[in-house]
Design a protein around this ligand. Structure first.
Ligand SMILES: Cc1cc2nc3c(=O)[nH]c(=O)nc-3n(C[C@H](O)[C@H](O)[C@H](O)COP(=O)(O)OP(=O)(O)OC[C@H]3O[C@@H](n4cnc5c(N)ncnc54)[C@H](O)[C@@H]3O)c2cc1C
Length: 243
């Protein structure tokens, strides 16, 4: 098929988004490719556009940018603007701050349950409880994932964001309670998803600093990735015509 015909059938994705116009000073010292949406050019082409730079969006962007050009549009700000807000001691405060420009957005599910969802680069991994575990073997099998690729993905993630947690007194008591109730065997600390009782992983390091999916952007190819913050996507237009 000639290049022209390929062009004709190529699906061009046009994403319109509105910059919330919030202030993101030139402090992209952490990632050269992360900018405020106000700095986005009027027109640009990318092989992939990822809407939402959350837990999965950041991992996907880092991976795809190795072999393609990638745009990430994230409606929220950056967790690097206020690093201590993600520390373990500020977990409850940050999660419960649902003011209009905060990282946590209140919503009510269709069946009436109050919950929060992320509005920040790194997504839920910036707000959540930080528990980390690998998937169960049955899950991987059912999903028909290749086990060697899954192993490689675990190592990729764990290198940046997974840690062995310190075990507090109440956690020891809880573990002892599970064993007393017969949840055997006791597996000690492990990332593996296995039967019995275990100490799982955490995304908080030994100093209590949270590592988030935004840290996975360290793997990205900075020359083929653009991440725009405060870029709230409202509409996606698809066309089969070349533009
Ligand atoms: C309180 C709480 C505790 C949790 N604890 C754990 C835990 O301990 N361990 C665990 O593994 N999981 C935990 N989870 C679940 C986990 O955080 C989520 O499953 C995971 O983060 C979801 O990832 P995601 O990429 O699907 O979505 P998200 O990480 O939420 O990413 C979605 C992204 O899209 C952006 N976005 C949304 N709409 C738009 C738009 N229109 N335009 C542009 N951007 C947009 C959002 O701002 C966000 O950054 C917890 C969740 C909650 C709420």
């Amino acid at each position: 098929m000639s290049f022209q015909i390929l062009w004709l059938f190529r699906i061009v994705l046009i994403v319109t988004f509105i910059s919330n116009g919030s202030c993101f000073p030139d402090q992209a010292w952490y990632y050269s490719f992360v900018k405020d949406a106000k700095l986005a050019p009027m027109f640009a082409r990318f092989d992939y556009i990822i809407i939402g730079g959350g837990t999965s969006g950041c991992a996907l962007a880092a991976t795809l940018s190795q072999n393609a050009s990638v745009l990430v549009l994230e409606r929220g700000g950056s967790p690097y603007d206020s690093p201590s807000a993600t520390d373990i001691g500020n977990f409850a405060t940050t999660l419960s701050n649902t003011s209009p420009k905060s990282w946590s957005q209140l919503f009510i599910s269709e069946d009436g349950v109050y919950n929060t969802r992320a509005r920040v680069l790194g997504g839920g991994s910036v707000l959540n409880a930080g528990f980390y575990t690998r998937a169960g073997d049955d899950y991987v099998k059912e999903a028909e994932w290749k086990s060697d690729e899954v192993e490689a993905a675990y190592e990729w993630v764990e290198e940046k964001v997974a840690f062995q947690p310190p075990v507090m007194g109440w956690q020891t008591a809880f573990k002892d309670g599970l064993l007393e109730a017969g949840e055997f065997p006791y597996n000690g600390f492990t990332y593996d998803h296995i039967n019995g009782t275990k100490i799982g992983g955490t995304i908080f390091d030994q100093a209590g600093h949270r590592h988030t999916a935004a840290n996975l952007l360290e793997y990205a190819n900075p020359n083929s990735l653009a991440v725009y913050l405060h870029a709230n996507v409202h509409k996606i237009l698809f066309t089969t015509k070349g533009i």
